[in-house]
Design a protein around this ligand. Structure first.
Ligand code: TMP
Length: 215
């Protein structure tokens, strides 16, 4: 798909973080806040939010798939993303004021690129298969890996990886945030929910001033 087809009116926000970092609550809060201000919003998740993407998600998270290779894993995440972009995101960008995505390419950079160690190949592949889409704002919910994992009862294939993998994820996210300070904002997600929401609202208002003007 040519990049010129990607004209968008929407603001694209992605939420990232370790396992058990509380992405769902923050996304719910963000969606309600944006709608309460009179803007339209839609939420997607990655991998998923399309019929094909949800099937790919099942393969990726199924603990029985012990032989899934690192490169196959990478390709499946990219496939689910490309499907979401072409099937849903491109039209959503034209229709809604805000598009919110539970994870996007930063997950691939951190999980497959950094923690799995696929490195450069991931950088290149992510660039190609994100079809020119870059989030306007990315919020990283920062928790200690072991504390996030404690919150999860039935661990899936990725969550069941050794603690070293999860510790690397945290390092990876913080390094990315340092590299792209304008786009990526980190929130301490190990504090009270009210404080996390307050910080989320502040980040949103500071970044997109026009939202303040709506009562
Ligand atoms: P979650 O969105 O419910 O957290 O589940 C998605 C899982 O897939 C999570 O463990 C993070 C992982 N993931 C990757 O490893 N690479 C990716 O590119 C994406 C989008 C997710």
């Amino acid at each position: 798909m040519a990049q010129k087809n990607l004209k968008k009116k929407a603001i694209f926000i992605t939420i990232e973080g370790l396992e058990g970092s509380g992405k769902s609550s923050v996304i719910g809060f963000l969606e309600d806040l944006i709608k309460a201000k009179g803007f339209s919003a839609v939420v997607f998740r990655e991998p998923g939010s399309t019929a094909v993407g949800e099937k790919i998600r099942e393969i990726l998270l199924d603990k029985k798939n012990k032989k899934l290779s690192c490169h196959t894993e990478l390709l499946l995440y990219l496939a689910a993303r490309t499907q979401l972009i072409e099937e849903k995101l491109v039209s959503a960008f034209k229709k809604y004021d805000f598009v919110i995505c539970d994870r996007f390419f930063d997950s691939t950079l951190v999980y497959q690129g950094y923690a799995l160690g696929l490195g450069r190949i991931v950088d290149r592949a992510v660039k190609i298969f994100s079809l020119g889409i870059i989030p306007d704002l990315t919020i990283v919910l920062d928790v200690e890996a072991k504390d996030g994992l404690k919150r999860i009862k039935n661990k899936d294939r990725i969550e069941s990886r050794p603690i070293d993998f999860h510790n690397k994820l945290r390092k990876g996210y913080l390094a990315l945030a340092k590299k792209y300070p304008e786009r990526i904002k980190v929130i301490d997600a190990q504090t009270e929910l009210a404080q996390i929401y307050e910080r989320t609202e502040k980040i949103l208002m500071n970044k997109f001033n026009f939202i303040r003007l709506r009562s």
